[in-house]
Design a protein around this ligand. Structure first.
Ligand code: SAM
Ligand code: SF4
Length: 335
């Protein structure tokens, strides 16, 4: 068995795997899904056992951080079985972190179980603190349910980070309210630039684009911002607000090129491995997984795929047209 670490052609070590465990969701966020989505038939999805085999293989090959996402990961039936099965890799020390990104709707049910499985941090996506606006942007979501979920997560001992998509004309007026709310609850906050994912038809995504450069300038009108050096190998950059000591993150795939330090790949719920969020290149890992009980062919397929990881992505808004627009939805690759 070849257990050399996964290194891509640009000498980046691949230590971080994001796994989408379902394409389904109980929300229909306007920038993410159409209201009437057709979801994949169940047989297309990796079973929980297959997800375990897949993730365990990556862990054996050097992945140290797993982020479970979707769709909404907590709506997948029996998903706690999967989380619990990953605990053994935390216990062995091979896996350093098991975490998830969630819309928070099911957290009040699962927070304690997640903690018991070894999860210590969760990212909760929340774009507004206004009930009506929340219902508008998520279409099917209800704010009180999510707030209850956040309460439960904190009570269970999970560290919560809020992810907020910056949307022009939608949550610009809540910038300070969100910052202060996160401060009052001791939660980190990261803003995400809206990305041109999927072909949703109805929404003008350039119209929705609120540049984080502008957001940062607004923030600097009330706070002293100090750039922080630490990086996570991803597209986030952090500042500290000197007045409050808070850390605020910015994920700016469109205005910054963050690819040089990229340490991650993404597995979809059907077993396709995407080497880059902004490129269509992908490798089918489900076939080698299903073809044999032996993990050898799967390991070979993973190594071959990592050998094809591109240098960078093609998103570009600079010409006011959406260059490099992706036809797949974020809920497919898991954001
Ligand atoms: N359902 C979970 C949630 O909402 O956190 C996990 C999956 S969701 C696809 C992951 C993240 O992608 C969320 O923070 C969401 O706000 C973000 N997202 C979805 N569509 C996006 C887009 N077009 N541009 C930027 N972020 C997007
Ligand atoms: Fe669901 Fe998350 Fe997409 Fe919203 S962003 S529709 S919660 S998957």
């Amino acid at each position: 068995m070849d257990t050399a670490p996964l290194i891509d052609p640009f000498q980046r070590a691949i230590t971080y795997l994001r796994v989408s465990v379902t394409d389904r969701c109980d929300f229909r966020c306007v920038y993410c899904m159409a209201e009437n989505m057709t979801f994949l038939p169940k047989k297309e999805l990796l079973t929980l056992e297959e997800l375990d085999r897949m993730c365990s293989t990556f862990v054996r090959m050097g992945v140290e951080k797993l982020r479970i996402t979707g769709g909404e990961p907590l709506v997948r039936r029996d998903i706690m079985t999967f989380f619990r099965s990953m605990t053994r890799h935390l216990d062995s020390g091979a896996l350093k972190e098991l975490t998830l990104t969630t819309n928070g709707s099911q957290l009040s049910r699962f927070a304690d179980d997640l903690y018991a499985a070894g999860v210590r941090r969760v990212n909760v996506s929340l774009d507004t603190l206004d009930e009506q606006k929340f219902a508008r942007v998520t279409r099917w979501g209800r704010l009180p349910q999510v707030l209850k979920g956040i309460d439960a997560a904190q009570k269970a001992g999970l560290r919560v980070k809020i992810n907020t998509v910056a949307l022009k004309g939608f949550n610009e007026d809540e910038l300070f309210a969100l910052v202060e709310w996160c401060k009052s609850r001791d939660m980190d906050l990261t803003f995400i630039e809206v990305m041109p994912m999927g072909d949703l038809g109805e929404e003008d995504r350039i119209g929705q684009y609120w540049s984080l450069k502008d957001l940062r300038r607004d923030l600097a009108s009330q706070y002293t911002l100090t750039d922080l050096a630490h990086r996570t190998g991803g597209p986030a950059r952090y500042v500290q607000l000197e007045e409050t000591g808070q850390q605020i993150g910015f994920i700016t795939p469109l205005t910054h090129n963050f690819c040089e330090s990229c340490n991650r790949v993404r597995l979809t719920c059907t077993g396709e491995l995407f080497m880059c969020l902004g490129q269509e290149d992908n490798a089918d890992l489900r076939s080698p997984l299903r073809a044999s009980d032996d993990d050898g062919p799967l390991e070979d397929a993973i190594r071959k795929a990592i050998g094809l990881k591109p240098k960078g992505h093609d998103f570009d808004y600079s010409r006011q047209t959406i260059e490099g627009q992706m036809t797949r939805h974020m809920s497919h690759t898991g954001g």
